[in-house]
Design a protein around this ligand. Structure first.
Ligand code: ADP
Length: 494
């Protein structure tokens, strides 16, 4: 794939996007549409259905009937597997089209979007397609006059609320295992990144997924997302997004049918650099990429850089060099390392965090300003602030933008204390040549994933989930399947 293939797609008109309910494309019940603004130029890219609570009820009802009549759950596993593989084939065949559409909608640099979006979505769907006929029931060890069987059953209707940073990848993390286990799904894409995910939903139908099994309703989180959360007929709600919305979803569950709620929330992930790291130059480049790719809009981003005092200044200089070598620019240019910030509001929030960090004693050593304003797009130079104290706002609150706070430490114990000193616990990394220290740190830092001498890149074979206020439950790997099944015991007197 080359630049001219991308350029051929970059200005294609995008037709208005409607809901997909019961296998059909449908408008909002009141006909309302909302503008879709591209962060690449701040212009209206297209319009999409502004869903109502009634639209969401219709989608949930369609999912419920599809589940109850067994049109999907009742199919032999081999048949379900075939459909999911065909879906992955179609995603791969349309990878460029999906990636470019997604970038125009959410601003991620295309080099990353190609791999992380259609590439990983297809791989995830294949992974669960292959897993679905390897999930067995169990027979428990009981007295001889009893046969006790443990069945794994689909839960029924799954609601999935998806964020805007990686809609296809994160969408597939939920849809893959949910559909593989035979559930029906109602999907709510993010307002600022619906288009490519809706296209992926359409491809599922082209692949032969029966109507009603996967429904998707666009619109505002506070309207259609709330209706999904408050539904009495949704069995499990899965979510990736902010802690603020995560809390709401738990409340919705409490106020309605006590549906199970699985949350993948934010992080303030520590990237810890010891003086004995094997290659400090490489560590600096990876540290910069680990926070600044996709303009820092990555849940596992290494947003806190903890550096051993003896190498602090030299290491920060290397990170600054690496950051400044990352080109901020047109997200549809293959040479761009950092694309657009997703929305104007998000950009303002990022700039506000930089200002606040400075007011609290942080030193801005690189970037931190809006750039390319003449394009109308939402671009920002990656910001690096040193002298960020462990209790500063920048060290405690998730920015979800290209803003890195650096804190120095003297000892391993202090590094652990600072690393564990936030409400979050999603990801982290330690860089050291000392094998024992590496293992000690993996144990001591409270996160869902710890990297050693690298940052990011953990693939679909391993679970991702947070501790503390980073959430509950896991995406990816066979462990994700647990969210989408019920265990049922059959106790049979012989
Ligand atoms: P951000 O603030 O970064 O946009 P959110 O957590 O608000 O993150 O968004 C993630 C997803 O949650 C989006 O699909 C959004 O529409 C949805 N959402 C936002 N508010 C609500 C809500 N009140 N109820 C249900 N879903 C919501």
């Amino acid at each position: 794939m080359n630049q001219s293939d991308i350029d051929a797609l970059r200005d294609l008109p995008v037709p208005p996007q409607l809901h997909v309910i019961d296998g059909k494309t449908v408008a909002a019940s009141d006909g309302a549409l909302m503008d879709v603004i591209s962060p690449v130029d701040g212009q209206v890219l297209t319009r999409m259905a502004k869903g109502t609570a009634a639209d969401m009820q219709t989608a949930i009802a369609a999912a419920r009937s599809a589940f109850e009549d067994g049109r999907w759950a009742g199919q032999p596993p081999a048949a379900r597997k075939k459909v999911l593989h065909r879906w992955a084939d179609l995603i791969e065949a349309r990878a460029l089209e999906l990636a470019v559409l997604g970038v125009r909608d959410n601003g991620t640099e295309i080099s990353m979007a190609l791999k992380a979006e259609p590439g990983s979505a297809a791989a995830t769907i294949r992974y669960y397609a292959e897993a679905l006929d390897k999930v067995n029931g169990e027979i428990a060890p009981t007295p001889a006059d009893v046969l006790a069987m443990i069945h794994r059953e689909p839960v029924g209707v799954v609601g999935a609320i998806i964020p805007w940073n990686f809609p296809l990848m994160i969408g597939a993390w939920k849809l893959g295992p949910a559909l593989a286990m035979g559930n029906s799904v109602v999907l709510k894409p993010a307002e600022t990144a619906s288009l490519s995910l809706m296209r992926m939903v359409e491809l599922a139908h082209e692949a032969g997924l029966p109507p009603g099994v996967l429904n998707a309703v666009t619109g505002e989180g506070a309207v259609v997302g709330e209706a999904l959360g408050l539904s009495m007929d949704v069995d499990v709600l899965v979510f990736t997004g902010s802690g603020r919305t995560g809390r709401r979803l738990l409340e919705y569950a409490a106020r309605s049918n006590l549906k199970r709620v699985y949350l993948e929330l934010g992080g303030k992930s520590p990237n810890i650099i010891f003086a004995d790291a094997p290659d400090l130059g490489a560590a600096a480049k990876v540290a910069a990429a680990g926070i600044f790719r996709n303009a820092g809009q990555v849940c596992v981003a290494g947003s806190r850089l903890l550096v051993e005092a003896s190498i602090h200044d030299a290491f920060v200089a290397e990170v600054v060099k690496a950051a400044q070598a990352m080109r901020v620019g047109d997200p549809l240019d293959l040479a761009t390392a950092i694309g657009a910030v997703n929305s104007e509001g998000q950009l303002e929030q990022n700039l506000g965090f930089v200002e606040q960090a400075r007011a609290e004693g942080g030193t801005l050593v690189s970037g931190g300003a809006r750039v390319m304003q003449e394009t109308g797009g939402y671009f920002m130079e990656p910001a690096i602030l040193t002298d960020v104290t462990p209790d500063a706002t920048l060290a405690q609150k998730e920015v979800f933008g290209p803003v890195l706070g650096v804190t120095r430490f003297e000892t391993e114990a202090e590094a652990v204390q600072i690393a564990n000193g936030t409400a979050y616990g999603l990801a982290g990394a330690v860089w050291t040549s000392n094998l024992s220290r590496a293992h000690r740190m993996v144990r001591a830092v409270r996160t869902g994933v710890m990297h050693v001498n690298t940052y990011g890149g953990a693939d679909g074979t391993v679970p991702l989930g947070g501790v503390g206020q980073s959430g509950n439950g896991h995406d990816k790997s066979l462990h994700a399947i647990d969210k989408y099944i019920n265990l049922k015991t059959a106790w049979i007197k012989l």
